[in-house]
Design a protein around this ligand. Structure first.
Ligand SMILES: *Cc1c(COP(=O)(O)O)cnc(C)c1O
Length: 364
């Protein structure tokens, strides 16, 4: 049997006719960038997250960059971010010259609330929790710290569409929630796309201006904006997928349940789930001290896996200017050396999951 690390064809086939209908509707309409489909998607996604506003953008990175900009965070300001995140979270902070302050993760691979307070300085302006792998962060604790120090909270929800804490969606806990709809995300488009959600009229309006050259009224420019507009085609396709997202997320939960009950190899660390949260299993991440050997073993059995992520941002060449070295964030470094993401795509079959579990239990 062969099981790929990820594949997107089955999720297209699941709702093929609806996707083709939506795409055809847009192609025939003669209107392709920012329009009725984008507006409808924004309204539907705002409702889904429980926020008052959603602003569609060109990517998840843009959602982070424009959020940081909309909050006037720039040179001299600090933003707290987990040390084990994808580099895009950090790029969202550094794009306009602000400084990332790395804080180590807890046993759920998420920003450790207990380590936030010691990292706060006079320059701290915001906390950026990342709901990594679709596991929600401890948002009540993070909000308590943020309120105590009057900090903004910018949630990186690129991996957590539909995940909730105490019944409240990720993205609606912070000042702004930032989403990516990159094709491999749980709510993926068929190209690049992103969005922010917020309850603030002012922030939503600011990001609406920023995404379209600083303009709402054609050729009248209020601020120095960028081009980060969402396509009608992507919005129409996202509307189809959003309708089916609860069903797709239930499928991911079944995959995770099966992995969690069927993997019995005592040398494999299974993911833990915080009390009172609903994760969405963007990745199913196991940990092993012999990770590279495990990955080879699975590869030999025809099973694809991925490492999210092999190099923590502070050790990335891109951030050598920050001056960090090995040993500065040992928990993130250990994650990078031990984590392995198992196949968990929409449309994976029970037989495929059982095959992966058997191969893992075979690993000495
Ligand atoms: C994918 C991702 C992003 C960036 O989204 P893009 O749409 O690729 O720009 C940001 N943060 C995290 C945690 C991600 O996984």
């Amino acid at each position: 049997m062969k099981v790929p690390a990820n594949t997107l064809s089955p999720q297209f086939e699941l709702f093929r006719e609806e996707y083709l209908e939506a795409a055809g509707r847009v192609l025939r309409s003669g209107w392709y960038v920012l329009g009725e489909e984008v507006e409808a998607f924004e309204e539907e996604f705002a409702r889904f997250t429980g926020c008052r506003h959603c602003v569609g953008l060109a990517s998840g990175l843009d959602a982070l960059v424009l959020s940081v900009r909309a909050l006037d965070i720039g040179p001299g300001d600090e933003v707290i971010v987990p040390s084990n995140t994808y580099i895009a979270s950090v790029l969202g902070i550094t794009e306009r010259g602000a400084t990332p302050v790395f804080v180590e993760p807890d046993e759920f691979y998420n920003l450790d609330p207990l380590r936030i307070e010691p990292a706060i300085t006079k320059r701290t302006r915001a906390i950026m929790p990342v709901h990594l792998y679709g596991q929600p962060c401890d948002m009540p604790s993070i909000r308590t710290v943020a309120e105590k120090y009057k900090l903004f909270v910018i949630e990186d929800c690129a991996q957590s569409h539909g995940a909730s804490v105490s019944g409240r969606m990720t993205g609606s806990w912070g000042t702004i929630g930032c989403f990516s709809f990159f094709p491999t995300k749980n709510l993926g488009a068929f190209g690049d796309a992103g969005a922010v959600v917020t309850d603030s009229d002012e922030i939503a309006q600011r990001i609406r201006l920023l995404r379209n050259y600083g303009s709402i009224q054609k050729y009248v420019h209020e601020i120095e904006g960028v081009n980060s507009r969402l396509d009608e085609l992507q919005a129409a396709l996202l509307r189809v997928k959003l309708r089916h997202l609860p069903q797709l997320l239930r499928g991911r939960q079944r995959v995770a349940d099966r992995y969690r009950s069927a993997i019995t190899n005592p040398s494999i660390g299974l993911p833990r789930v915080r009390d009172d949260v609903e994760p969405v299993w963007h990745q199913f991440v196991v940990a092993s001290d012999k990770r590279d050997a495990l990955q080879r073993h699975l590869k030999d059995a025809g099973i694809g896996t991925l490492i999210h992520y092999p190099i923590p941002p502070h050790l990335s060449r891109a951030y050598s200017r920050l001056g960090f070295g090995k040993g500065d964030f040992p928990i993130a470094e250990r994650c990078a050396d031990t984590v392995l993401s198992l196949p968990v795509y929409d449309g994976i079959s029970p037989a495929e999951i059982d095959y992966v579990c058997a191969a893992i239990d075979d690993f000495a």
